[in-house]
Structure formats: C-alpha cells, structure tokens
Design a protein around this ligand. Sequence first.
Ligand code: OAK
Length: 799
Amino acid sequence: MAFDVQEFKKEYQKKFEELFAYGYEAGSKTEQYIALGDLVRGLYSEDWIQTIMEYNKKKEKQVYYFSMEFLPGRMLKSNLLNMGILDCVKQGMDELGLDLDEVARAEVDPALGNGGLGRLASCFMDSIASTGLAGNGNGIRYRYGLFKQKFINGYQIELPENWLRNRNVWEVRKENKAVIVRFGGDVSFTQEDGDSRLRVRHENTRDILAVPYDTAQVGYNNGVVNNLRLWSAEIPYGDEARFSTEEQREEVKRITEVLYPDDSNYEGRLLRVQQEYFFSSAGIQSIVRYFKRLKLDWSLFPDKIAIHINDTHPTLAIPELMRILMDEEGLTWDQAWEITKKTVSYTNHTILQEAMERWPETMIADLLPRIYQIIQEINRRHIDKKTPLYGEELSQRTAIIANGQIKMANLAIIGSHSVNGVARLHTDILMADTLNDFYVMYPQKFNNKTNGITQRRWVQIANENLTAMLDETIGTEWKSNPEEIKILKAHRDNKNVLDKLEQVKLSNKERFAAYAKNEMGIEIDPTALFDVQIKRLHAYKRQLLNVLHILDRYLQLKDNPNANLQKRVFIFGAKAAPSYYYAKQIIKLINSIAYLINNDPSINDKIKIVFVENYGVSLAELIIPAADISEQISLAGKEASGTSNMKLMSNGAITMATLDGANVEIRDNVGEDNIFIFGLKSDEVQEYYRNGVYNSRDIYDKNPRLKRILNLLIDGTIPGVETEGRDIFDSLVMYNDEYFLLKDFDGYLQAQYEADAAFSDRDRWNRMALMNIASSGPFSSDYTILRYADEIWKIKPQS
Ligand code: OAK
C-alpha cells in the first residue's frame, strides 16, 4: 500500500481531532490507539469491499471456517504489517512524538478462545487471506472473553474480561445481515391437496435475532481482505412485546454473553448447546442466502461452498443445512444429504475422552425439535445402511444416538466428507484407535493436516530483533515464503552470525526481565537459561513434571549451595478451567514453590520461578522470543499437536520434548542433535494402559531421589500447601499417576542436565537455536492452509 510518512501524520492528526475534538498530544493512550485503529480500518476498507465484490462477481468457491473460538491477539500491528505500512506508520508516530508500541498496547487483546484450538483458528484466518484464498470465519461475538486470571495468595481467581469496554475499532455491525435463529416450538407435518410432499410446520418457536459483527482479515501484501463474522444474540426488532420481562430479555443476552472457559473438556450445559446452534444456524443461513443470490442449481452448492467445522462445536451446522435445504428450499432428503456431505469437513483436535461432546437426547429434543428429528433420521439411515455391510456390533458402535446421548463426533464424521487430525501421530492414533470403527467404514475420509503457525505474528511482530537479523543475514524472501528460512542453515558455523543470534536472544530476555521486575517485582538474570512452559493447565500436559525437576535442583542446592548448576529461570503461563480443581491445585503449588525458592537466599538466584498472571496471546508474544528451552512434555499420545512448540522453535528455543503431537515432526525436521527427546513413546503408553502393570508406588519406593522430591509435597517444606501437596502427592503415588510422570522422571532429568551442558557451550547452543529457526519454515500455517485448500476444500489461491 503506497503511503507516505507526511501524509500519514496529517491523516492521523485529522482523524484524532475528528474523533475527540482536541489535539492528539492531549489524548490518552487508548484514544491515540482508537484514532490509529480507525484510520487503519479506513485504509483497508476499499480492498475489503473489492475483495468481496470480486468473489461474488467471479462466483468463486469460498470456504467458511466455523469455530466456537477465535484468538486473534491485538490486531493493530498485524494489520499494519500485512498492509505493508508498519515501518511507515512507526516512523510517522515517532515524528509525532508517539511510540507505536506503546499505543498498540492500549488495544485490548480479545480473548475469545481458550487455547490451542482458538489460536489455530486465528492463524488460519491470517493464512487464508495471506495465501489469497476466498475464506470467511464464522463464530460468536462473546460479550465477555476468557476470564482474567489473578493470583491471590497463590490461588487462581477469575475475573470477568470486559474486552469491549472501549470501542472495538475493527468490527463493523451489519444489522442488515441479521438472521433469526429459532429455538423450541412444535413441529408438525401437513399435506396440501394435490401436493405429494409433506410440509413441515414449525410453530411457537422462541426467536432470537443473530446480528453479525464483521472484522477484516487482511492478507499479507496481496490486497486481499477477507471477513471474520461473529454473531451476537439480540431481541428481534418489533418483537419486544414477546420479551417483556427482564428475565426473558436476560435469557436472550445470555446466549452470547460469555465464552465457556473449558479447554479440551466437555460441559453438558444447555447454554452451551444454545451457543453452538446459534452461531451454526446463523452461519448456515447467511451462506444459503449468499448462494441463492448466485442463482445456480442447488446441486452446485458444494462447488461454490466449503464449510469447515473446527472440532465438533459447530456440528449442528450439518442438520441445520439439511433442515434448510429440505424444509425451506424443498429439496428431497437424498439431495440435501449429498450436498451436505460434500460441503462439510471436520477437524478433530483431541483424543481425550472427557473432551468428546455428547448431548442428552432429551435436551436436544426440547431445545431443537426439528434438528432432533433430522439427527434421528441421519442415524437411522446410517445404521440401516451399515449393518448389512459391517454387522450389528460395529454399526452400533458408530451410532450417533446411543444410551440417551447424541455423540457429536459421530455426527460430524457421518455428515462430512473429510475428517482430519492435526499432527501425523494424532491422525495415526485416530485411525488406529480412537476413531478406528469409522476408519474401517470410511477410510477415504481420513487425512492428516499437521497444524501450523503464522510467522508474521510469531516472528515478524513478536520478535523484531530476530526479524532484522534474518533480513540482514539471508534477505527477506522468508517473509513471503517461510520455507526459505532454511537458507540460514548455511550460516550454522559462522561465528559472527551465531554471536548476533545470541545478542538477539539476550535483548529479548532483557525485555522480559524488565516485565518481570516491573509487573511482578521479580528480579531475574537475563543471562540465565530461560525455561518456558506456556499452555493451559492440564494434568496430561504435565506441568507437574516440570515442578519435580525444579524441586530436584532445589534439593541439590540445599545440599550444596555451591553446586555447579546452570542458573535457570522457569517461566510458566497457564490458566486452569475454573471448575478443574486439580489444575487449580497445581497452580497454587507452583506459586508456593516460586515464593519459597525465589526468597531463599541460600539458592542465590540459581533458580527463579516466574508464573505470569493472565497468560494469553499478548504475553506469549513477550515470552516466546525470550525462551531458551521450550517445554513440550505431555504424556505421549495425549497432545493432539501443540502449537506453542512451533512458535518457540521459530524463535530459536530448543525443544525439550516427549514424542507427542507435532513434536515428532519437529524432531524429524530439526534432527536429533537439535532437540532433547525423552520419555515413553505413544505405543508404550498404550501398552501400559492395556496390560495394567504400571505401579507408581513401586517407582516411589525404589527411586530415592524421586522419593525425596515427592516427600517435599507433604513434609511442610513448601508453605501453605497442606491440602494441595497431599492431594497431588496422592494422585502421583497412591492413585497410580495417571499420566506416568514418575515413569518419565529419570529420562526427563537426564535430558535437562544434557541441556545444561549444551547451554554452557555458547557456540553449540547458538548453533542449535539457529538450526531450530532454520527448520521452522515447514510449520508455517500458510502451507497447512494450502493443503486444506487443495485436498479438502478444493479451492485455489486467487491470482
Ligand atoms: C478444545 C476444546 C475441545 C477439543 C479440543 C480443544 C483444543 O484446544 N485442542 C487443542 O487443539 C490444538 C490445535 O489443534 C492442538 O495443538 C492441541 O494439541 C489440542 O489440545
């Protein structure tokens, strides 16, 4: 985008005065940010209109990415970067006496997701636009995002996240595109004289207005501006009389009031299924409305539209599309079914049983009577068709409805043409185990799409120092073609380059150290090894294994304050679901250990622990560039992919990993010498679960080093964790350690001490960091998205 600094300064001043009726110098940071955001939105609006007009004119096939969660992070700088005016605006702001970074920090980070799944959706939106694909996002505009996390006395406290308290400059309310979503009511069938078809009558429904708010998704230097549409629930216009009580009005608002704070965990609540149907139905209605404008035969629907469902949360899109095609557009069951299956594709993001969505049949029957009938009919036809082919038993195991429950994954698989996992190992487990019954029936539906990340946000924006160093060393091609970063490998033995890389890392660590000091009052040494574990708090992710390692070091230093141990800073970022008691106990434990160790003078700063409050996208952007070690230590077979592993690798952290999720592919790319691998393999874990011979108590009894560490949890050493310490101890020792921490402990320690040795050899470590950066290109979400486009959605980048 052609733009000049002088022109920008004029425009900015004008915009500010127009909005606030005084000079920008007197404005608050928030006002300065709003003025800039408003100006930027104006700058891409023409491309936004143009992009949509082009798609419509060419009747281009479009993909709609349905996701219950999006975690875009702050958008100001990413929009500026993608528009190609970041440097110009930075300079302009500078000349106006403003610091762009400071102004950018006034933007509220919209936390409309829990973790991996939501962040992936946002990386994908960026990549869809940046690779020039015709794509749209479809989700929920939650009034409150994921809770704000506070620590009080080491305990997690949840506060509401009112992310819309200031104006959201990026969204555009599209009242004229609102649709009605209907709940409840009575379904009956009528047949008119001379009409061969039964007509469906759906009456006495509770009608909710779904109002879309659109946000531009600006592509990287390509003029493409796609759309992310988030729906908000309101009372239908003119229908106020039907919602006369405060309670009735509250009920409507409640639908899009708050994001469920559960990650990889199923909540069988009525409100949740209302949310799911609400945005699925609204999305399908707006797609159908668009398709009808094209005036094409219905059979061409799958040639013009691809609908992707991000895990099972939007699965009701399947019966909803069936309903509209049949009840409203008059297609037969067979026609509607063909269209639906050809249009919809599904990604599975977890094999954890507790995350698998299933709804009580009665709940769906009451809330969505017509949808319920359609699901029943899909199920009946499925069983009728598959029983003669696969026998009663197998067919019944794949039933959508069983024991009074509706299984959403089964509906998603049966009603779509593609089912993918998110890393090679994860997909293999789905096919061989979790979804094997379906794999037997529909082998052609299954495929893998290893996750990816956008280096635009995770390197170019988060790590300006590294970006500058890369540009200088290998040129700028890597920015538009991430694979090209491999050229850096040619410099692996170039001392000058290695030293520069060390400098980059050091300055990022200094930046984080300043944050730790200013925000948390913790003093850390930027030359220490920064050991980072940032992800949701979940037993399977094994933050506790990290804790056991910290305690091992603590004991060594208590025994011998002069022990020759590498100085380390352990950085944690993690939210626990408010109802996940055990995870919250682990948070309390880590905070208490941090307090104990950080304030023990005999430890002499050899160990510091920083547990950042309220971890989210913006904090990730601060922490990741400062990391030396990336902790990816889930029990093998449990983490579907992981994506912080890719972000950390791209920023030159060395992965400490089990062979789980995408770690396996990271190892293949970076090579054994540039990663630390330990622990049980996925098939070994499976074997233990099958034969049941694991005995954690036995390990505790026989491993004195580990025993001593575990005893710290219950012997009063750690202040204020009487209950937590005991419960955690019991889970590991008495209740057989579900996630095999004790089994993996020795291997983990050994890998950690190898890492110490590697870190103390600066050239070796810097070379490892360089090799990680240079091998990270294949994990760009641009490539992931191009594979989705080519193999699942059948859409091509625009020329
Ligand atoms: C959330 C709710 C239900 C089911 C899965 C999730 C989820 O966040 N899964 C995570 O998805 C990420 C993106 O694919 C993966 O990288 C994580 O491994 C997975 O846990």
